[in-house]
Write a protein that binds this ligand. Structure first.
Ligand SMILES: Nc1ncnc2c1ncn2[C@@H]1O[C@H](COP(=O)(O)OP(=O)(O)OP(=O)(O)O)[C@@H](O)[C@H]1O
Ligand SMILES: [Mg+2]
Length: 648
């Protein structure tokens, strides 16, 4: 019932239009009812008395009545279309706004395809229900009442018999409606499940193809589609049964009229005109009853849609602003985690986490996969609220801050950067719509986006496809970095922001980032320890707890996780590389290397057939060595024909 109440409040702004459309529909429908009466007059009075004047008068009134009917038809339908489309617009607007407010937790639980089906199909079903029920009910109830009155006036006896048959029609209607509504809910559920799976297979097409799972996916799709086929046929067939029964009841009525009316005409208690009019009115009565019965499918469809929309609208956003949120004008960037405990679904992920970060400090989080580094970033961005403890920024508990004013001061590069389809320029400008082209260019240069954009025919105007499908992982990351710095944020969160870059690009981007990090609180999350060496403080996490803190120099001296991680990464990277190496001929050159030479995985660093600009590698001193420290060997990558040459 609450559901109905909610939709009634949505209809409120259009109440006058609704009344207008109902009135014009009633007038439109009732104007059509005069025709049988005119027929009666023509048969009984014009034909019998050859009254030509009366005939012309009747014809004239028919023309007039039908002209008016057209006007009312136009008005009523314009109002109806307007109301129903406006309503659909309003609900979609509300739904979208609501979806934007829902927390990330909701999105991890609810599938995207289902949401799309809610916003598109369910709203359309609801709109159809409102349109059809308004039109059919408004038009037909009055017709039914009016005709019933006329029938009783003309011949109460036959009218009574017919009206006994009408409740049967209602029983028929209610019975099938119930069945069809349950089936319809089931069908919509199945359809939204299919649309969710469809969205997933389309997004995951690379995985499907690379595992050669096309046939399995086809089979899965068909196995989901099959029950829908059966169910849809079943629902439609129930509609057919309903219609057949309705027709049988109709025929019963017609037979009664023909038999009873015919004999009354024969014994003179009814005129021929009355008989024809009665029969025509009865025909006109049965039509509206059947069409009201036919509403059942549309109504059950609409109600099913409505209940899913309501379920969505009733989902309470987890992250809400407090009553009088503080709008952050300026941010210094001092952060304080106080005994934070957090878990996604009850399972503890962050345990008693306390840390103070001074404004402008550069903090690095390192630690094994799953240790909770990204979770700390999620909490700081208030994507989730802590279970206990608190996070404060500049002395304000972040739960007391106005969300928009807070988040817009933070620049974020998420672990899995997402880009919108559109141009490179549009994606960078996403952070700030009013950024000037110069500002966009400066951000792009800083993030080393310029380097690959130069080679593109359309430059910054290049369309990048869905989630940057036309770009490499590293290129996507660079755009994400440019986007995050465009806003000149006071705090930067870089979650594996440079992990997909090759060492040269990483060096260049890192250099720019180092420059940018000055005077900004920066949180860097990285697996490659070489990128966090010059952080002011390195926080080593394990199982949601801080294991060690300190600078690189201090931590490297300490026995512990950090040193182990560092050693294993360094060892992997290079032990001793001397002399010259021509990568082209790695197989041969490999032999020339000293026996104890351990090589790292080259795959991570360069695509085997990527053309490599050796000049770029000739940076300077230390970097030069770092660029080539992880070379091949163990992995036995065939670098022949790669055209790579490098001095070491
Ligand atoms: N949305 C989520 N719902 C439930 N559990 C989650 C969710 N996100 C992360 N987790 C769990 O929380 C733990 C910490 O995850 P988190 O992403 O913070 O790790 P991480 O340190 O960033 O790891 P990585 O280095 O691999 O990125 C993991 O055990 C993970 O399974
Ligand atoms: Mg992570």
């Amino acid at each position: 019932m609450k559901k109905n109440k909610y939709f009634i409040t949505l209809l409120r702004p259009y109440r006058y239009l609704i009344v207008g459309s109902i009135v014009s529909l009633i007038v439109f429908a009732n104007l059509g009812l005069v025709l049988p009466w005119m027929l009666k007059i023509i048969i009984d009075r014009v034909l019998g008395a050859s009254d030509l004047g009366l005939l012309y008068a009747i014809l004239g009134s028919i023309v007039l009545i039908y002209a008016m009917r057209s006007i009312f038809f136009y008005m009523s339908h314009y109002f109806l279309f307007y109301i129903s489309q406006r309503l659909m617009f309003d609900i979609r607007k509300k739904l979208f706004k609501h979806l934007q407010n829902l927390s990330l937790r909701f999105y991890t639980e609810y599938r995207a395809g289902k949401l799309i089906s809610n916003v598109i199909s369910d709203v359309a079903r609801l709109e159809q229900m409102i349109f059809a029920s308004l039109a059919t009910v408004a038009m037909n109830t009055f017709v039914i009442v009016f005709i019933t009155g006329v029938l009783f006036m003309m011949c109460p006896k036959i009218a009574l018999i017919c009206l006994i048959l009408i409740p049967l029609q209602l029983v028929n209607f209610i019975y099938f409606r119930k069945i069809m509504q349950t089936q319809q809910i089931d069908l919509s559920e199945k359809m939204s499940e299919i649309s969710a799976n469809l969205a997933e297979t389309i997004n995951g097409v690379r995985v499907v193809k690379s595992f050669a799972k096309e046939r399995t996916e086809n089979r899965n799709f068909v196995s989901q589609l099959r029950p829908v086929l059966d169910l849809t046929i079943n629902i439609n067939m129930n509609g057919v049964y309903l219609w057949i029964l309705a027709e049988l009841i109709n025929i019963g009525c017609i037979l009664v009229v023909l038999a009873a009316g015919g004999s009354m005409v024969m014994n003179g208690t009814m005129t021929i005109g009355e008989f024809v009019a009665f029969y025509t009115y009865l025909g006109m009565l049965l039509g509206p009853i059947v069409s009201i019965s036919g509403l059942s499918t549309t109504i059950s469809n609409g109600l099913a849609g409505a209940s899913r929309i309501m379920k969505l609208l009733n989902t309470i956003p987890e992250i809400v602003e407090c009553e009088n949120p503080v709008a952050l004008k300026e941010m210094n960037g001092g952060v304080s985690f106080k005994d934070v405990i957090f878990g996604y679904n009850g399972k503890s992920v962050i345990k008693h986490f306390s840390l103070d970060i001074s404004p402008g400090q550069k903090i690095a989080f390192v630690g094994p996969s799953g240790s909770g580094k990204s979770t700390i970033a999620n909490l700081l961005l208030r994507f989730y609220d802590v279970n206990s403890g608190s996070i404060s920024v500049d002395g304000h508990d972040i739960r007391t801050l106005a969300l928009e004013s807070y988040r817009e001061k933070i620049g974020v590069v998420l672990q899995e950067p997402f880009l919108f389809s559109g141009t490179i320029e549009e994606n960078i400008a996403y952070a700030r719509a009013d950024a000037s082209p110069d500002e966009i260019l400066a951000a792009a240069k800083m993030a080393n986006v310029e380097e690959f954009v130069k080679k593109l025919e359309k430059g910054y105007k290049t369309e990048i496809g869905e989630n940057g499908a036309m770009l490499s992982g590293g290129q996507k990351q660079r755009i994400a970095i440019a986007r995050s710095v465009l806003n000149n944020p006071k705090m930067l969160i870089l979650d594996e922001a440079t992990s997909a870059l090759d060492t040269v690009s990483e060096y260049l981007v890192q250099d720019a980032l180092d420059h940018l990090m000055k005077n900004r609180t920066t949180i860097i999350i990285a697996h490659r320890l070489s990128t966090v060496k010059n952080a002011d403080l390195i926080v080593v996490m394990e199982n949601g707890e801080i294991k060690q803190t300190g600078t690189h120099e201090a931590l490297i001296k300490e026995e512990g996780v950090y040193r182990q991680m560092y050693m294993s990464q360094e060892e992997k990277a290079f032990r001793k590389i001397t002399g010259k190496m021509i990568i082209d001929d790695i197989d041969d050159d490999f032999k020339e290397f000293p026996e104890n030479n351990v090589f790292g995985e080259f795959e991570d660093e360069y695509e085997p057939d990527e053309k490599y600009d050796a000049n770029k590698a000739r940076l300077s001193g230390k970097r030069h060595a770092e660029v080539f420290k992880p070379v091949m060997g163990k992995t036995n990558i065939n670098m022949k024909n790669s055209g790579m040459k490098a001095d070491l």
